[in-house]
Design a protein around this ligand. Sequence first.
Ligand SMILES: Nc1nc2c(c(=O)[nH]1)N[C@@H](CN(C=O)c1ccc(C(=O)N[C@@H](CCC(=O)O)C(=O)O)cc1)CN2
Length: 286
Amino acid sequence: MSSALIDGKAIGKKIREEIKVDVDRLIERGCRPGLAVVLVGEDQASRTYVRNKEKSSTAVGMKSELIELPISVSQKDLLKTVERLNEDPTIHGILVQLPLPAHIDENKVIRSISPRKDVDGFHPENVGKMIIGQSSYVSCTPAGILELLKHSGTEISGKHAVIVGRSNIVGKPMGQLLLQKDATVTYCHSKTENLEDFTRQADILIVAIGHAKYITSEHIKEGATVIDVGMNRDENGKLCGDVDFDSVKEKAGAITPVPGGVGPMTVTMLLKNTLTSAQLSCSSYI
Ligand SMILES: Nc1nc2c(c(=O)[nH]1)N[C@@H](CN(C=O)c1ccc(C(=O)N[C@@H](CCC(=O)O)C(=O)O)cc1)CN2
């Protein structure tokens, strides 16, 4: 059996076209959504992601502000930058690109972002609201995965979802979101013994472990939907996921590629959250 490809690039493009329509509508009414991205240091991958966010936000008509700070920036100055953006009425979404250098307290920076402008959905207030099912900004990668599941026609209610990885920005929120959609959720991580015993039970398998091609067909239940969040380089320097795509695609029912699966959805959901923030903040004079 060969699986259906879940094309995040195409799904993301379609959603961004819808976002653009809503952005144009807001602009006509005198409110242009604004996204500020703060980049600290010279990390090449972060620079690429940030450039992509800038390009995608301007492509849908948003204002985009990139603030580049040197790797030596003090925590105080970084917090001052966030504070300025919190106060700026033309900015509806603020994102500090992660990871940050070791001398900066990441949690403190995340907490300094106004929850109303936290379009990354990382602020504890938004995370807490998400967990208890209240409306909030949801972390972009898990939100994008929900869209991929919807567009691929994957049923969630009553199904067994297995999440491999327990990061604050992907694994943990992903499990909570699937739980709210009535999945039975199992979390696995680096200390899980006999990982295959769990992954083989998964109707929906979500992998975010940062280990190139770790998940093979041995880990998969026939017909499962497999979502690969990994972003690694293989032995030839080629971009690859945490899932061994070539072997798993023969057994899965549906699968995301890397690149072109989850990644484009992360940026799309960021734009969606920024649009929502602008709609909420501008609604008083619309
Ligand atoms: N503040 C944040 N920092 C980080 C986040 C985040 O959501 N918020 N997530 C990751 C990185 N990331 C976004 O910032 C991200 C990574 C990858 C992609 C993507 O589109 N990948 C492409 C391939 C790109 C390539 O060719 O190198 C794909 O999968 O098709 C988007 C966003 C960590 N930091």
